[in-house]
Design a protein around this ligand. Structure first.
Ligand code: TXD
Length: 319
């Protein structure tokens, strides 16, 4: 069987990290694409020169031309600009929407059969726009945010309880922003739902509320520390787990910005929901039961995403 081809559109901090992980995990040949000349070629060559050290038989190439992504099985999109301190994700909308148009057209022409994972912010609106511009089927275009937000949630829970991250299952749904919805009742530590953890004295309600709040603001915490950009190690790992589920037909259920057709009462937009990812892309959306409180928070998040989509339509008349 021929090697898979993974196209990384955007070769900045996340793009470079994605290339490194894809090479180490021998997921397939990698093409790094960017508008910056030399950057994707340099990163590709540097990582290629590391493959003999860990015996990974994959090729890495850089490209400034969309022909380079031809026939890709997976495209992971990070092209655009990240946040600087003081900026919200939504401040990126105007610039990154134009980038999504160019990227969507490039994918449509050169990699129409790919599974596309969008990472560019503001995520839920950008993945929607990318699907529109590329015209690919909704099940083949998905956004990465929930895996990252849930991983942050799980890490903070592990830090607090001393339980291995391997035995923590944390979920955040909704949009990737301050309105995201950490699912307290559906998240478990050692099998125990979080409210029971509080009842058993593992942590106080206040401590749990603090963790939920820190999860919501997890991206901003990193931006404030780095000062020059946003998180990249955890976002890259998160997107790779989704790419692997597709390439290996693992059928994992992960929180992802998937196109909803009535699920959770949402129709016609992308928002973070539990998505089963296999060889057909997003094969199913798993519907959690939400109580009134959770429904309210989820709706709030959906309203915020709809607001961003309206802003996109205001900027680009073709949408
Ligand atoms: O959970 C999530 N979804 C996220 C999203 C978590 C962290 C960061 N998230 C967002 O990912 C962030 O707000 C940005 O919108 C993207 C990419 O973040 P990264 O940190 O990788 O940004 P860089 O290092 O600035 O890289 C962006 C690259 C850079 O090399 C540019 O030259 C390139 O994008 N770029 C383009 N490439 C191709 N085509 C076009 N038009 C283009 N414009 C810029």
């Amino acid at each position: 069987m021929a090697r898979k081809k993974i196209a990384l559109i955007g070769s900045g901090m996340i793009g470079g990290t994605l290339a490194h992980i894809a090479a180490r995990e021998e997921l397939g040949d990698v093409v790094l694409f960017d508008i910056a000349e030399g950057l994707p070629q340099g990163k590709g060559l540097d990582i290629a020169e590391s493959t003999p050290v860990y015996n990974s038989s994959v090729d890495l190439k850089g490209a400034n031309d969309y022909e380079g992504i031809a026939g890709a099985d997976v495209c992971i999109v990070t092209a655009g600009v990240p946040r600087k301190p003081g900026m919200s994700r939504d401040d990126l909308l105007g610039i990154n929407l134009k980038v999504m148009k160019a990227v969507g057209e490039g994918i449509k022409t050169h990699a129409p059969n790919a599974f596309v994972i969008c990472i560019t912010n503001p995520l839920d609106a950008m993945v929607w726009a990318l699907q529109q511009f590329s015209g690919l089927p909704h099940n083949k275009v998905v956004g990465m945010a929930g895996v990252l937000d849930s991983s942050r949630f799980a890490y903070f829970l592990s830090e607090k309880t001393g339980v291995s991250v391997a035995d923590i299952h944390a979920w955040t749904l909704g949009g990737h922003g301050d309105t995201m919805v950490p699912m307290v009742r559906h998240s478990t530590v050692g099998g125990l739902p979080l409210p029971q953890l509080v009842a058993q004295g593992w942590m106080t309600q206040e401590e749990l509320d603090g963790i939920v709040d820190r999860t919501r603001k997890g991206g901003g915490e990193i931006v404030a520390l780095l000062k020059t950009g946003s998180a990249y190690y955890a976002p890259a790992e998160s997107a790779i787990s989704m790419a692997k589920s597709y390439l290996k037909d693992q059928k994992r259920v992960v929180p992802a910005a998937a196109y909803c057709k009535g699920q959770f009462g949402v129709d016609g937009i992308y928002v973070g929901v539990p998505a089963l990812i296999g060889a057909d892309g997003v094969e199913k959306i798993v519907e959690f039961d939400l109580n009134d409180d959770e429904k309210g928070m989820f709706q709030n998040s959906v309203d915020a995403v709809n607001g961003l989509i309206d802003a996109c339509k205001g900027i680009d008349g073709s949408l």
